[in-house]
Design a protein around this ligand. Structure first.
Ligand code: 0RA
Length: 215
């Protein structure tokens, strides 16, 4: 159904465009708070997976150039092809507003205080975003520029592990500054670790010599 695919595709582009035009509607500010909110949004998805009983470890790494990687050992975002739309569920989650990580959101949002706007908003506000899904013995991968997939989801390797790795670089044309604060992020993650006992949460800062915390 190429027509409906096109209609769907246009809706997705419109959604991403709206996020980029009115970012504060989705993340509050384009200052430091909004910037850090991107990380919380991604981490929240992993916490949801932990609350569903499938994830025990979450790690956050601030890489050089203010690229953030969030890794969890959950089931991995589903990658199966949508029967009608013929695109991967991963692509749907990453590009469609409100698709979120979970299809039933209400029961999961316990991890605290955020709008829960979904990872597609983070994707739309990132210059580059990449997702690696370890599932069914394989590593699935997709890359996005400003929220738009560069290619279809593809298998890039084999893996015995399970989980999701989301790596993103905030778009400096959207944010006033893209410098992440290790203190701000580690304080928030410490709180999340306290609120969600049983999940191992850690943060590393590769911009400096060595800064690493585990909660
Ligand atoms: C939807 C369904 C399933 C897992 C997830 C979403 C999921 C999302 C995120 C986001 C970050 N980490 C995540 N881990 C899992 C369950 C799929 C299944 O039934 O196997």
């Amino acid at each position: 159904m190429p027509d409906s695919y096109n209609a769907q595709h246009i809706q997705i582009l419109k959604g991403l465009e709206h996020v980029r035009k009115r970012p504060s509607m989705y993340i509050g500010t384009t200052g430091s708070e909004g910037l850090h909110h991107l990380v919380y949004e991604v981490v929240d998805n992993s916490i949801d997976e932990a609350l569903a009983g499938h994830c025990t470890v979450i790690s956050v790494t601030i890489e050089k150039d203010n690229i953030v990687t969030v890794k969890d050992n959950g089931r991995g975002i589903p990658v199966d092809l949508h029967p009608l739309e013929k695109i991967s569920a991963l692509e749907v989650v990453m590009t469609r507003l409100n698709a979120g990580g979970k299809f039933d959101k209400k029961s999961y949002k316990v991890s605290g205080g955020l709008h829960g706007v979904g990872v597609s908003v983070v994707n739309a506000l990132s210059e580059i975003c990449e997702v690696f899904v370890h599932r069914d013995g394989k590593v699935y991968y997709q890359k996005y520029k400003r929220g738009i997939p560069v290619k279809d989801v593809k298998v890039v390797g084999e893996s015995k592990a399970r989980g999701t790795v989301t790596r993103f670089k905030p778009d400096r044309t959207i944010f006033k500054e893209i410098n992440f604060s290790f203190d701000t992020l580690s304080n928030r993650l410490r709180e999340l670790a306290f609120l969600n006992k049983g999940i191992k949460i850690s943060i590393a800062d590769e911009r400096k010599e060595i800064s690493y915390f585990s909660f």
